[in-house]
Design a protein around this ligand. Structure first.
Ligand code: DCC
Length: 161
């Protein structure tokens, strides 16, 4: 597994709820790449509770969506926006998990639409949640201008933007 750097950390005002390490109310996710799959290891905190002892479903949806966006950044070499998110909650994700794993990969692309499959796996290896996520991707030069996209190589280099 290859560690993915977060090249946005040096960007002024960067406060993404999913991935900014500066957002203390956020999920502060970080990522690895395993083949063409983005992987995140994440520890659920009790303040993300829904039903007693269970990780809130909205937080799960955000974890899955955020991982999908990092597939665009690091596998497809561009950026975009979520246009659809369908989540299947199969099993509760307990807050007692020391670590859960979120995985996301491209299922297919169709012109500028990117269809991503993502899943959330608990520490016993049970796939608790699955998501189908559609992203509206933009060409890289627009991503650079509109979304401060630094280029794929920046995610694997030490340098920050
Ligand atoms: C800086 C640090 C960062 C740090 C890192 C930050 C990571 C953040 C990750 C979080 C990700 C998010 O939450 S993103 C935030 C949530 N998402 C959004 O806010 C997106 C809101 N939606 C939009 O802005 C807009 O709908 C766009 C830009 C996506 C598309 O608008 P548009 O350009 O007007 O295009 P539109 O006409 O709607 O669609 C173009 C064509 O694509 C088709 N199309 C569009 N969506 C779909 C779809 N889901 N399934 C089928 N087809 C679709 C349309 O039918 C149409 O076909 P035809 O008629 O041409 O045939």
């Amino acid at each position: 597994m290859k560690r993915i750097n977060n090249p946005y950390t040096g960007l002024e005002g960067y406060n993404c709820f999913g991935c900014s390490p500066h957002n203390m109310q956020g999920l502060r996710m970080d990522f690895f790449l395993e083949g063409d799959t983005v992987v995140c290891k994440w520890k659920p905190q009790t303040y993300f509770e829904g039903y007693s002892g269970v990780l809130h479903g909205g937080i799960q949806a955000t974890l899955l969506d955020e991982a999908a966006s990092w597939v665009l950044f690091t596998v497809l070499g561009t950026s975009g926006s979520t246009t659809e998110l369908s989540v299947h909650y199969k099993k509760p994700v307990m807050l007692t998990n020391q670590e859960i794993t979120i995985k996301a990969r491209v299922e297919k692309t169709d012109k500028n639409l990117v269809y991503i499959k993502a899943e959330l796996i608990d520490s016993n290896g049970t796939v608790c949640t699955k998501a189908d996520i559609t992203y509206f991707s933009v060409p890289e030069h627009i991503a650079r201008r509109r979304f401060a996209y630094p280029g794929k190589e920046a995610f694997f280099a030490k340098k920050e933007i």
